[in-house]
Design a protein around this ligand. Sequence first.
Ligand code: GLC
Ligand code: GLC
Length: 818
Amino acid sequence: MQYGFFDDDAREYAITRPDTPYPWINYLGCEDFFGLFSNTSGGYCFYRDARMLRLTRYRYNNVPADAGGRYFYLRDNGDVWTPSWMPMKSKLDRYECRHGMGYSKISSSRNGLAFSQTSFVPLHDTCEIHKVTLTNESKSDKNIDLFSFIEFCLWNANDDMTNFQRNFSIGEVEIDGSRIYHKTEYRERRNHYAVWAVNVPIEGFDTDRQAFLGLYNGFDHPQAVFDGKAKNSVASGWAPIGSHHIKARLAPGESKTFVFVLGYCENPDDQKWEKAVPGGNHGVINKKPANALLEKYNTPESVNNALAALNDYWKALLGRFTVDAEDKKMARMAGIWNQYQCMITFNMSRSASYFESGIGRGMGFRDSNQDLLGFVHLVPERARARILDIAATQFPDGSAYHQYQPLTKRGNNEIGSGFNDDPLWLICGVAAYIKETGDYGILDEKVPFDNDESLADTLFVHLKRSFDYTVTHKGPHGLPLIGRADWNDCLNLNCFSKTPGESFQTTANFESGVAESVLIAAIFAFTGPDYAEICKRTGRNDEAQYAEKAIAAMIEAINQHGWDGDWFVRAYDAYGKKIGSRECDDGKIFIESNGFAVMADIGIKDGRAQKALDSVKEHLDSKYGIVLLQPAYKDYHLELGEVSSYPPGYKENAGIFCHNNPWVTIAETRLGRGNRAFETYTKICPAYREDDSDLRRMEPYVYAQMVAGKDAVNHGEAKNSWLTGTAAWTFVSISQYILGVRPCFDGLILDPCIPSNMKGFTVTRHFRGADYHITVDNSAGVEKGVKSITVDGKPHDSTVLPVFGDNKVHKIVVTMGK
Ligand code: GLC
Ligand code: GLC
């Protein structure tokens, strides 16, 4: 069943019934202030860091689901209802939620009262705006009571949910007309507060949760609303909230619009108070920044302008890569939603979603480098800055902090390092950046090691240390040592954990010095040549030669010890035994090493690559995508770690871990098998499963990290939507390898590998200061092969398009054929 539809012209997904199989969310904000926003107005917002500076409270894993949000309650002649459906689950005559690029709109109606809400974070300001319009669609006058409601988080989201002995005594607010200020901890070390305001005079307010809701009521039965009267409560400790009570009289046909703003404001330490009280701490907060913010968004017109500016921003951004094709599902995913999701992973990494609580993980070293592959063409300058941030958390020996905190940009000591794939992803990210921009200057940037300026050296030296780390950390078969884990966080070959609750990743209690990863070897073989090429192009010829030798040695080790007869081995455990081999009982074949080895072109000439991918299809494929391994581990294996902790079919234990499916897609294009490449692409692509939403459950417009595998009870059910490396890699697979528009050091390669029944497509691509309008004609019905290319009407005898850099549009026509 479908719960809505794509509106491609508006770049929106329209949800037409509120009871989606899971809350279907959107993200508001693209700079410093962010909100998560569900189709029933649930979610929360934060400034920069979802853990440290959270403005509003949200209850994860709550009953009922999706508890906490920006709620509006209506009271229409005694009839109380919530126009966003939740939290009252009100019966609505009409409902629609449209998630667009950085904004969401909910509209509904009941008994002739229409409601609409437009929510977004304006560019360059630190607030959420909720523009609410009420329209009387009935034939008689209406006297409406409108109540707003948000619940403040006491900033640190972790303490907020745990430290009640303190929290219940520290909450503080100030009320000034229609503006409610949340200033908990402002009296001491914080220099920021939140403001929740509306642009009209109010009838009353509430700031104490119990006064507004009633102690034993849920969000679905706020006492004040049912009483039709705010209590004018002033929170002192307990749970501060913000609620406005507005009375609106509406003649038939009449509309009224209200602008609600939820803002984050900071003051310099010496200007925290309106009237400084010498030696005292009971001042009134300095509202200057709030006044400026609220003045700016005081009218519906100014809000509309801000929304238009936001639309322009997204239009320009997505204009850098557009697709048109007969297959609208592919076109809308590649052209709109996949890129949008890549920007969300840029902003959020793995911190805040409906599956990531915002208090857990920071920015991952490997994750952030891979995410970059998906947004570098959209925001190259920000990608550059991101690379320098990431590189600064690398250790002098080339290894890296596995994660770092976005606010401090410092490596995370609790997790530490020892994930031996990490260093190579930096090469992968930097190579992608240089291919996109041609900016070799980044290599000369001085970047600290371990955030220590005194250890700073050029980014090039960082790359060299990354490369060398793999070269110098090999095991008995000449393959890279795996350390705590490689890309697969759950293959913990040096952690023999018997203690419940112990971390599989950080409890390295079995330093075997033996366990090796074929995947890291394949990543090295894939990304190493880019390093060698960068060396050559910057005049470092000796280094390039050294690198090429090291790569050849690695490929030799894969050939010798990484081939199992029908597919590539996955790893060697701490006892030197194979993982991902026919010698194993479970876990005979894994997806990762097969995809990546073929991506690195290993075995293409001698037919092993074809064999490996055929084996992947035979053993790992399913209706909903390729599972990570087979057979699933049925028992816990001390020597394998977390991978065997999951029930069969979930997560790394034979789930469809979508992140690595595009590796197989890309690998298939290396073999020229466009039909199969596209099949693997569509299987995990959400738009193709829109009418299967009851089973899939997650948003049909974004990728999920995992879909339950064929061993799972709920095969086909997705989880962990939004924040996943799947976004970047699927975008790479569709844009660069299937549609085949791929940046390289010299320019833009045209190398499509598409299904034979795809008659053609067009792509527009902004690349190094020019626009390429590319039309691909496949009336020949081939899967791969370019017969001819014209550039601005003239024949062009290479598949590499020149770098024009002239701010002009260039017309490229590609004819496929043999
Ligand atoms: C998660 C992690 C990522 C890891 C993957 C596989 O997506 O964020 O770093 O590679 O799981 O374990
Ligand atoms: C990744 C994996 C997850 C594992 C976690 C450990 O996110 O997907 O299964 O628990 O890493 O850090």
